[in-house]
Design a protein around this ligand. Structure first.
Ligand SMILES: Nc1ncnc2c1ncn2[C@@H]1O[C@H](COP(=O)(O)OP(=O)(O)O)[C@@H](O)[C@H]1O
Ligand SMILES: [Mg+2]
Length: 346
């Protein structure tokens, strides 16, 4: 099959840690035709959506080691129509540029896009999790999203919690995530003001969330494929920090999903698939969902190393199955096949 990765620049890939290169490596190893491209290369010419792609020259079997693969890889540049791929894998870094989705809208009926354009549109920031319907607060902590300073201040004042988490709506990698202590109320107006007005001429939404007990032990990353958990690990925050993100200095260890985690994954998994989000990274604390990462969740390499597995094999198995059934469907609906049937009848 032909598969295109729309991703961050190849030069920025760190082969020792990167998840995308592991999926690419597996695809090349299986003999698929693989191209990579960047959102800046998208074009429309004569009503056709194209991208300047770098096709991986895979005349030989790729080296086994990911580092050698990265070092030795050869590319051939080519302007390629995106509608002719079987799969487009979005592996761009957040925040997502909505215009990119408009380019993909034009080919979304022809290609299997992981994740679905509408799913990405809906779930590319933390509103998706905050708006998850959970009246009993079984799955997500109490979460407030607003850019109204006085309203947010009142939420903190009226809360029965000693501390809350504050974070920017569109942040990632742990950036801007802080604990607000009610005992330091005199700082909070200034902090809220700073978060809301951190960019000149623009106001930003802020999230206030109940602090989840047990967060000191770290959070849990679950990789979800087609609505099912395929791997998980625990990230522990460094001393003196609330954030467990690896990019914020968190360390990783093995983690076995609890019964409660599995219930959560099943319920969230059903919604993800319904929304076209076939590949995602969930962040859980104490069996509560704090975030769904849909754009380019990492930690593949860490889960692989901790469990001696290769999750990329499961991802490719899945993609091959999807493409096979899509091709079968196309085959079944060929106009000629209708005539074939008519002929047999007469
Ligand atoms: N409600 C919360 N209670 C306790 N810790 C939290 C909470 N929300 C976030 N954190 C900590 O901050 C980290 C980053 O938060 P997250 O919402 O996942 O944002 P990001 O997109 O920056 O990863 C989490 O991994 C966790 O360690
Ligand atoms: Mg996170």
């Amino acid at each position: 099959m032909k598969i295109c990765f729309i991703m961050y620049p190849w030069e920025r890939v760190n082969p020792a840690q990167d998840s995308t290169i592991r999926i690419i490596h597996e695809a090349v190893k299986r003999g698929h035709e693989v191209a990579i491209t960047h959102t800046a290369n998208l074009t429309i010419r004569d009503s056709v959506t194209l991208s300047l792609c770098k096709w991986i020259d895979s005349a030989d079997k790729p080296p086994k080691s990911i580092k050698a693969f990265y070092r030795e890889i050869q590319f051939k540049p080519e302007m390629s129509p995106l509608g002719e791929f079987d799969v487009i894998f979005m592996r761009d870094n957040p925040p997502l540029d909505n215009l990119v989705l408009n380019f993909l809208d034009s080919i979304k009926d022809d290609v299997f896009i992981i994740n679905d354009v509408n799913g990405l549109r809906e779930a590319n920031n933390k509103i998706y999790t905050a708006a998850y319907y959970d009246p009993e607060r079984e799955l997500i902590p109490a979460t407030h999203v607003s850019k109204n300073l006085d309203y947010l201040l009142r939420i903190i004042q009226e809360s029965d919690q000693d501390k809350m988490i504050m974070k920017p709506l569109d942040g990632f990698g742990g950036s801007g995530v802080i604990v607000i202590e009610k005992s330091a109320m005199h700082n909070i107006r200034s902090l809220l003001d700073f978060y809301i007005h951190r960019e000149k001429g623009k106001s930003n939404y802020v999230i206030l969330q109940d602090y989840i007990e047990g967060a000191e032990e770290g959070d849990v990353r679950v990789i979800m494929l087609n609505g099912e958990p395929i791997g998980a690990l625990r990230r522990r925050p460094p001393a003196g920090d609330v954030r467990s993100n690896i990019s914020a200095g968190g360390t990783v260890e093995r983690y076995r999903l609890t019964k409660q985690d599995k219930i959560l994954c099943k319920r969230i998994g059903e919604k993800l698939v319904k929304d076209g989000i076939y590949y995602a990274g969930l962040d859980l604390i104490n069996s509560k969902l704090i975030e769904i990462n849909v754009l380019s969740p990492g930690t593949l390499k860490d889960i692989n190393a901790l469990y001696k597995v290769k999750l990329q094999e499961k991802i490719l198995d899945y993609l091959e199955k999807v493409v096979e059934s899509r091709n079968q469907l196309k085959e079944d609906f060929r106009p000629e096949s209708l005539y074939d049937d008519a002929n047999t009848e007469s």
